[in-house]
Design a protein around this ligand. Structure first.
Ligand code: VGL
Ligand code: ZN
Length: 179
């Protein structure tokens, strides 16, 4: 069984948002199209308290229940079966969707016999990367679909480095899906 994990496609990571990935909104129609290929579709949301050590590193973004933390309005959310909230504590970054606190993503996928996990969304060098590395650690056959991710480009070259790191750790990078 395969599942699609949509990472943090939220207003604050899209142009106009507090921590925008340049072109972050361009992944939305791509992800909407991808959805038809998957029976199990889940999403993560970055979901921070107003005060968090996370905001020593980053501009304030994705504060729980704010407009910035909402999904991009064009994302086809009716196909999303479960949302996983992460970064919810005030002492952690919570980059990985596997750190969700409302529900355990690893268990959710195991209970549904998911073997292959396809990851898309924002942002490549942080939450997509950490989620993909955790997926591999959890024994999942892990794919990242490059046409459906975007980086925040905080530091030059980090996106390329992240892609290499994922690949070295056993993540399969796909240009497109289906191939
Ligand atoms: C993210 C930086 C800070 C992400 C979240 O979703 O990639 N990046 N918080
Ligand atoms: Zn964050």
């Amino acid at each position: 069984m395969k599942a699609l994990l949509i990472v943090d496609v939220q207003n604050d990571f899209c142009p106009g948002g507090a921590l925008a990935a340049p072109g972050g909104d361009k992944v939305v129609p791509v992800i909407n199209r991808l959805m038809e290929h998957f029976d199990i579709i889940v999403a993560s949301r970055d979901w921070h308290p107003k005060e968090s050590i996370h905001f020593k590193k980053w501009p304030v973004h994705c504060v729980e229940n704010s407009h910035g933390a909402a999904f991009h309005p064009d994302l086809n959310t009716k196909n999303i079966q479960q949302v996983f909230l992460k970064g919810t504590g005030n002492r952690d970054d919570g980059y990985s969707a596997f750190e969700a606190t409302n529900l355990n993503l690893e268990e959710y996928l195991k209970q549904r016999n998911i073997v292959d996990l396809y990851i898309v969304g924002l942002a490549t060098e942080y939450c997509v990367k950490e989620s993909a590395l955790d997926a591999v650690r959890n024994g999942l056959h892990t794919f990242v679909i490059k046409e459906a991710i975007q980086g925040v480009h905080q530091h030059e070259g980090d996106e390329e480095k992240a892609l290499k790191e994922m690949e070295l750790n056993g993540v399969e990078l796909l240009e497109h899906y289906p191939a």
